[in-house]
Design a protein around this ligand. Structure first.
Ligand code: ATP
Length: 509
């Protein structure tokens, strides 16, 4: 296929055409960075959420769930550091009047250099063939070593400037690197400023009686302020985790790339509370466990990588991102953060109430340390769409298929009577009735069978079950697999087992 922008445009168009994702308020020309999920989108989203919830909560005895309110006492955000520090550095180009995140401009510049490294590695791989030792090449090739040194120098200078809140140096770095505005092509930049990402609103009827509230920028704080409620009522013993999914809101400076960066989005977060000093052990555990969760989907091990942070957030002593290879390159999909005891301690101070745990094993009271896993549901949705969208030539015809992992597919099976008469619809509906309590199925009798197959391919349905005249005689049907397009004749009584084997979540947990 052509360049990534074309691929990405096709995915966005496909999402709209097939009822996965619509622009919010499209009727009024849309609202930037807000999206609505259509009939198939909501199914896929629910399935992803369910996969996450079951793997985190049901499969771990020591993790329980929570659903806290979006509105929280405003002091929460003072205590968490968001009022003072939840900022992005922004910079404007004076010619194009376009606004950018300074950190993103710098990271993109570094990514370009990394692209050059990949090219050198690719060339050498071709040259040396089987005897190629990639690690050695990266460690010794002067050009690659040079590029790598350049990347680390840029990132350490940037981290140091951010740590010192030296925004002038961030601007100087952008200028020295010769970064130009992608729209105007010029280096005519404004100063770098900090911009707080929280949305403010008001609660209360009258202006005088109203108090300022924020829409939560992360679900995590709802977990922290409920630490004792959950620990006591569910009688949890450390180490244990609290998981929650829910909406979060960020007034992103630059919200592009479809549902990759939204102003309203959904998070799936788990805060794991541990004894102080044990956090790095658990951090490593969750790094590995979360990577396995992603790779379990079968979307290619090579499409994931860790990116450890140099520039740590105010609350963390270690942090990594699980990055996924989107059409526009490797980008963050999930964050794993060792948050120390920062949040609980801070809520303790601001509320004046003790938030401690008595550990019977060591006979001590302490404020637990926290390891967080935090993934965006919408971003996860985009990984699946971008990996599974394929345009193929089959027997001289082209088809568009979404090879969504079967257990997450919006519709698991389509039941299709070959014709609309001769009792075939009735037979097909019998099959539908037997399956629909198990998983989301669809019945379709309109259009030719080929057209119906194509339509099911386009929404990612793993199985099409066709009822024909022979079905009336011997209770068999043809079952067609989406990815291989192979068709087999099977007994109606076998359908459930065949489908379940591939789509039942429990087979993948
Ligand atoms: P980024 O660096 O991309 O702004 P972040 O590091 O601020 O992300 P976290 O605060 O760690 O992100 O949030 C955890 C997860 O929530 C991210 O890994 C991502 O999947 C998701 N997420 C964060 N911001 C957005 C957004 N604006 N739109 C969609 N998903 C988001």
């Amino acid at each position: 296929m052509a360049n990534y922008e074309d691929v990405f445009k096709k995915i966005v168009a496909h999402c709209k055409e097939y009822g996965f994702v619509f622009q919010s308020s499209e009727l009024y020309d849309g609202l930037a960075a807000a999206y609505d999920y259509g009939p198939y989108g909501v199914e896929l989203k629910n399935n992803i959420r369910n996969y996450w919830w079951k793997s985190m909560v049901n499969m771990n005895e020591n993790i329980v769930g929570l659903d806290s309110a979006i509105f929280m006492h405003p002091t929460t955000w003072k205590a968490s550091g968001h009022v003072d520090a939840f900022n992005d550095p922004l910079i404007d180009n004076k010619d194009s009047k376009k606004r950018y995140r300074a950190d993103v401009l710098i990271e993109d510049h570094v990514a370009k250099i990394e692209g050059k490294i990949d090219k050198e590695v690719g060339k050498a791989q071709k040259r040396f063939g089987e005897s190629f030792d990639k690690d050695q090449f990266i460690a010794t090739n002067p050009r690659v070593v040079g590029y790598n040194e350049k990347c680390s120098a840029i990132m350490s200078r940037f981290s140091a400037a951010m740590d010192k809140e030296d925004l002038q140096d961030v601007k100087a770095l952008i200028e020295e690197l010769g970064i130009v505005c992608p729209v105007s092509g010029t280096k005519n930049w404004t100063e770098v400023r900090q911009f707080n990402l929280m949305f403010k609103t008001q609660m209360g009827a009258t202006a005088e009686g109203a108090s300022d509230l924020y829409l939560r920028p992360e679900t995590a704080q709802g977990i922290f302020v409920n630490f004792l409620n959950v620990q006591k009522t569910a009688r949890m013993k450390i180490p244990f985790g609290i998981a929650q999914t829910g909406k979060a809101f960020r007034n992103e400076i630059v919200a592009r790339q479809f549902i990759f960066r939204m102003r309203e989005f959904e998070q799936m977060e788990m805060q794991f509370f541990v004894r102080p000093g044990k956090e790095m052990e658990w951090y490593d555990h969750w790094k590995e466990s979360r990577m396995k969760w992603h790779q379990n989907l079968g979307m290619g091990q090579e499409n994931y990588r860790f990116h450890d942070h140099d520039n740590l957030a105010h609350y963390a002593n270690a942090a990594t991102d699980i990055e996924f290879k989107f059409p526009f390159g490797f980008k963050e999909l999930e964050g794993i953060h060792s948050r120390t005891d920062f949040d609980l301690k801070s809520h303790q101070e601001f509320s004046g109430r003790k938030i401690q745990y008595f550990d019977p094993e060591i006979n001590e009271n302490y404020v637990p340390y926290v390891v967080e896993t935090s993934i965006g549901l919408d971003r996860m949705f985009l990984t699946i769409l971008s990996h599974s969208f394929k345009e193929e030539e089959v027997n001289g015809e082209s088809r568009t298929v979404l090879s969504i992992p079967a257990m997450l597919a919006p519709v698991k099976a389509a039941i299709l009577p070959l014709t609309k008469k001769d009792g075939l619809p009735e037979k097909a509906r019998e099959i539908l009735d037997a399956l629909k309590g198990e998983y989301n199925c669809q019945y379709e009798e309109k259009d030719s069978i080929g057209k119906r197959y194509r339509r099911q391919d386009a929404i990612g349905t793993p199985f099409c079950i066709t009822v024909d005249h022979q079905s009336l005689e011997d209770n068999t049907v043809t079952i067609r697999a989406r990815d291989t397009m192979e068709q087999k004749r099977v007994a109606i009584s076998e359908i459930q087992n065949l489908v379940s084997e591939k789509v039942d979540l429990k087979n993948f947990l």
